[in-house]
Design a protein around this ligand. Structure first.
Ligand code: FAD
Length: 431
């Protein structure tokens, strides 16, 4: 059950919804349609899978319960950060050295896929390159040193630089951090406009997209029948991209992904001087805690400040009242700045923090559980699924070799169990 405080059948009243650059007039599904491939979900995963397949000549239809980008894709922090999964080393036993290395490389390729898509379809989504990881603790700095050493060893093509506490004001106007790692190969975007621009690209390639067409039943078989309230699509292949909103579609997928609420506030536009004080190089930044702060400037100089991580299934009564104190801790001098937008969405968390990409059956694919780090990984998931269907590569099989735990407890108990686990990790962050 979605919380009406952040989820209705419209876009949330976010900064993104207030600044959409694309008006797509899309129908809902009525009657019977036959196609080669049906995709469920019109976030980054679904739209990009459809687009990749259409570019390869397949006939594709997309079914979306609400609107393109209604889910996490149109609500997120907009941070386009390299990497897939959290700590690929832990999967060495399952996928071997080559598998780990392939996923690490895909974590870099993914950003290039996004950039190429923006360039090819001339998507108006405020792409800015430049990102900095922020450290609160010495162990964060050690992780940055290791990361930089790895990037140097593979000849990463972008500038990276370690920062000491004394350097931090080059990047962020706050005294809260003890160091950082700049990465000019990551950056930030207006995610809803990216999603909508990609949907326009998919339409231009012949994809049919149906909004307000929630899938209510799936009949599996050699021919799959996907049913909505007013129509059905018969297809040879199905790809399920519901992510944190997948509940009710498929029990296996649902049990492997936990929805966690994350929230963003947007200030009024800051003066140029103030914006330069807050984020002097207009980079996106993230700290390294479990319930992390992530923030960046919008194209019109607002500070978009994201954070909190809510596993209880209940949204805060006031997002501003809950999140603004976190922002004030980082930037005390923004205390009197007005908050003009506040919204939230659901992140899909997997137990091992590796995106789940693969097949439920020979002709039923899925991609989900990016654990808060999905803008680039969704684009890679879309690409490897399309490559698999077209027989170009078997890169998807690397992901299929990774086992994913089901969260115990059924729909009602899963979130409280995880909430307890996260409290433990948050306490470890504090002490
Ligand atoms: C507040 C917030 C901040 C975040 N910040 C970042 C960030 O800065 N950087 C980053 O990389 N990642 C971030 N993420 C994560 C990122 O947004 C997601 O990983 C990514 O958007 C997932 O895309 P998706 O297409 O798989 O899922 P979604 O975008 O959630 O799309 C799933 C879609 O499936 C549809 N659907 C579900 N069930 C059905 C059904 N039965 N019938 C039809 N349609 C259905 C839904 O309506 C929805 O539109 C953030 C997420 C949130 C919520």
């Amino acid at each position: 059950m979605l919380n009406p405080r952040t989820h209705t059948d419209k876009y949330p009243e976010s900064y993104y919804a207030a600044t959409v650059a694309y008006q797509l007039a899309l129908p809902s599904l009525q009657g019977t349609v036959t196609t080669e491939i049906c995709v469920i979900g019109a976030g980054f995963s679904g739209i990009n899978t459809a687009l990749e397949l259409a570019e390869r000549g397949y006939k594709v239809s997309v079914l979306e319960a609400y609107k393109v980008g209604w889910g996490a894709s149109g609500r997120n922090g907009g941070q386009l950060i390299r990497g897939i999964g959290h700590g690929t080393d832990q999967f060495r036993n399952e996928i071997g050295e080559q598998g780990v290395s392939a996923i690490d490389q895909m974590g870099l390729e993914a950003v290039e896929v996004v950039k190429a898509r923006i360039a090819k379809y001339q998507i108006n989504c405020d792409l800015v390159m430049g990102y900095c990881d922020l450290a609160h603790k010495p162990r964060h700095l050690q992780a940055f040193r290791d990361d930089k050493a790895w990037l140097d060893s593979i000849g990463y093509g972008y500038e990276t630089r370690l920062l000491d506490k004394a350097d931090m004001h080059e990047v962020v106007g706050s005294d809260n951090y003890i160091g950082g790692l700049i990465d000019m190969g990551s950056g930030h975007v207006h995610p809803l406009n990216l999603n909508l621009g990609e949907a326009q690209g998919a339409l231009d390639n012949g994809v049919s997209i149906y909004e307000h067409s929630a899938v209510i039943d799936i009949e599996y078989g050699a021919q799959i029948v996907v049913k909505t309230a007013h129509g059905q699509i018969t297809c040879d292949r199905l790809i399920i991209c519901g992510n944190a909103y997948v509940a009710g579609l498929n029990e296996t997928l649902e049990s492997q992904v936990l929805p966690a609420g994350s929230y963003v506030i947007a200030t009024e536009p800051l003066s140029d001087d103030l914006a330069k004080r807050v984020l002097p190089q207009n980079m996106a930044v993230c700290d390294q805690r479990v319930a992390l702060d992530y923030y960046r400037l919008s194209a019109d100089n607002r500070l978009l400040f994201g954070g909190l991580c809510n596993y209880s299934g209940r949204d805060p009564r006031s997002i501003e009242a809950t999140l603004k104190p976190h922002m004030d801790l980082v930037f005390p001098y923004l205390k009197d700045v007005k908050i003009e937008f506040q919204w939230g969405g659901m992140i899909g968390i997997g137990a091992n923090r590796m995106p789940q990409i693969g097949r439920l059956k020979e002709n039923v694919y899925f991609a989900q559980a990016y654990s808060g780090h999905g803008i680039n990984a969704t684009h890679m998931a879309a690409k490897v699924i399309a490559e698999h269907i077209s027989g170009e590569t078997d890169r998807m099989e690397i992901f299929e070799r990774i086992r994913h735990m089901r969260f115990p407890g059924g729909r009602k108990l899963r979130s409280p169990l995880l909430a307890a686990g996260m409290l433990y990790h948050r306490a470890k962050d504090l002490f």
